[in-house]
Design a protein around this ligand. Structure first.
Ligand code: HGY
Ligand code: MN
Ligand code: MN
Length: 413
């Protein structure tokens, strides 16, 4: 019976800990930026593990990796399970990696049980989910879903001016398959919640119904470099004073659109960054999010009107990304919910606060997600932690949902 099947939680945990050694940081986290040497090492290890599990691995033009376990009917579109192996600069061990290795663990368990599925099963590693090195986030799953052009993605630059396409070539992960052409029948992603809800309510499984909307901005404040000692206060064009006022506004706007509105300024640069020169230029980023796109638009408008009050400097507002809220496929969500009920642990339906590759892929194929708790709801932090038994439970939900989807796919085709 599908509902009695169990994955090997120790093997899953050990695989996560093994990949966590790549670009490990002193306080327990990982700093494995996309397309870095560390990302290449993690990709090579993941490929080897897939091949050891009897999968064939194909790579598309943007380095998205697909490890395929054949089913009875090779003509059926595969059921894909995956996430991402890249991390934030001070990321944790579980964000993304759990979802990729949970997909691999489903395949390893099917091998152990000698179970043949109707549809093929594929485990996926999506390139550049974090958006920490190349903006925006979920870029390459976004190209796969038709949300960005290939050219846009290939020509994205990191802070040092390196192009995404050159970094893909450098680590030898520019694959032959056009991005978006590798057919998938449905996509499932397991992920730590990265927020406090499950833990606060003593629940173990999140049946994710969709993702909230996001707007990312690059803001440039241009004033005038001048001497800090001999320039009178009136008439200064201090870019940092104006930027500081607008950064405080981001916080104010998020709180004013609570309880779901969130706003973050994660990056700031000051030029010329000298203690005795009035800063003439400040660049900062904004990450606004809300489950309701209309409210997200209101947050946008509130910031733009606040910027108009900064009259003695030039403010350039570049909205680099607008990702509307997304609903996951009702059938997939229902199958995940039935699988969650079958593992017999407390669960809830919920909307994801974080963005995920599933939020992009869902705009192309039927998609759903499984959440498990993380300690104190903390993520994008080296102290990120998840309990082995929770990771196991989430992977059992994946296994059962994937088998149900594979059987349904066979019925529909
Ligand atoms: O930004 C996000 O929500 C994801 O971690 N990339
Ligand atoms: Mn993630
Ligand atoms: Mn993340």
């Amino acid at each position: 019976m599908i509902n009695d099947l169990q994955i090997n939680g120790t093997r899953l945990w050990d695989s996560i800990m093994e990949i966590a050694k790549i670009d490990a940081l002193p306080n327990g986290g990982c700093g494995r930026l996309t397309l870095s040497d560390g990302d290449k090492r993690a990709r090579d290890l993941f490929r080897r593990w897939c091949e050891d599990a009897g999968c064939t691995v194909v790579v598309d033009r943007l380095g998205n990796m697909f490890g395929r376990r054949e089913g009875r009917n090779p003509d059926l579109p595969p059921i894909a399970i995956g996430s991402h192996l890249d991390t934030q600069p001070h990321g944790g061990k579980f964000d993304g990696v759990y979802g990729v290795l949970a997909g691999l663990e489903v395949i390893r368990t099917l091998n152990d049980l000698g179970l043949e599925t109707d549809a093929p099963i594929e485990v996926v590693n999506w390139t550049n989910e974090e958006g920490a090195r190349f903006s925006p986030a979920m870029l390459c799953s976004g190209v796969y879903a038709g949300l960005f052009s290939l050219e846009f993605a290939l020509n994205q630059k990191d802070a040092d001016g390196a192009l995404l396409k050159d970094e893909l070539d450098r680590i030898d992960y520019a694959g032959p398959i056009p991005c978006g052409e590798h057919k998938l029948g449905a996509f499932l992603e397991a992920h730590i919640e990265q927020g406090p809800i499950l833990e606060a309510n003593d629940e173990v499984i999140g049946v994710v119904t969709g993702g909230q909307g996001q707007r990312w901005y690059d803001i440039t404040v241009t004033g005038q470099d001048a001497h800090s000692g001999s320039t009178p206060m009136p008439g200064r064009r201090d870019a940092l004073v104006s930027a500081a006022s607008l950064i405080a506004k981001v916080q104010e706007i998020a709180l004013a659109h609570g309880p779901h509105g969130v706003g973050t300024v994660g990056e700031v640069s000051v030029l010329p960054n000298s203690r005795n020169t009035i800063p003439g230029e400040v660049r900062f980023t904004i990450d606004f999010r809300h489950p309701d796109d209309h409210i997200l638009s209101a947050m946008d408008a509130a910031f733009r009107s606040a910027a108009e009050f900064e009259t003695n400097v030039q403010i350039d507002i570049d909205m680099v990304w607008h990702n509307p809220p997304v609903q996951f496929d009702a059938t997939c969500v229902s199958i995940v919910e039935q699988a969650a009920a079958s593992v017999g642990l407390p669960y809830r339906q919920m909307v994801s606060g974080a963005g995920h590759d599933a939020c992009q892929v869902a705009r192309k194929i039927p998609t759903a997600m499984v959440f498990v708790p993380c300690r104190d709801g903390l993520s994008h932090n080296e102290a990120e932690w998840a309990e082995p038994e929770h990771l196991t439970a989430g992977c059992n939900v994946l296994l059962r949902a994937a088998l149900e989807l594979s059987a349904q796919t066979a019925l529909e085709n």
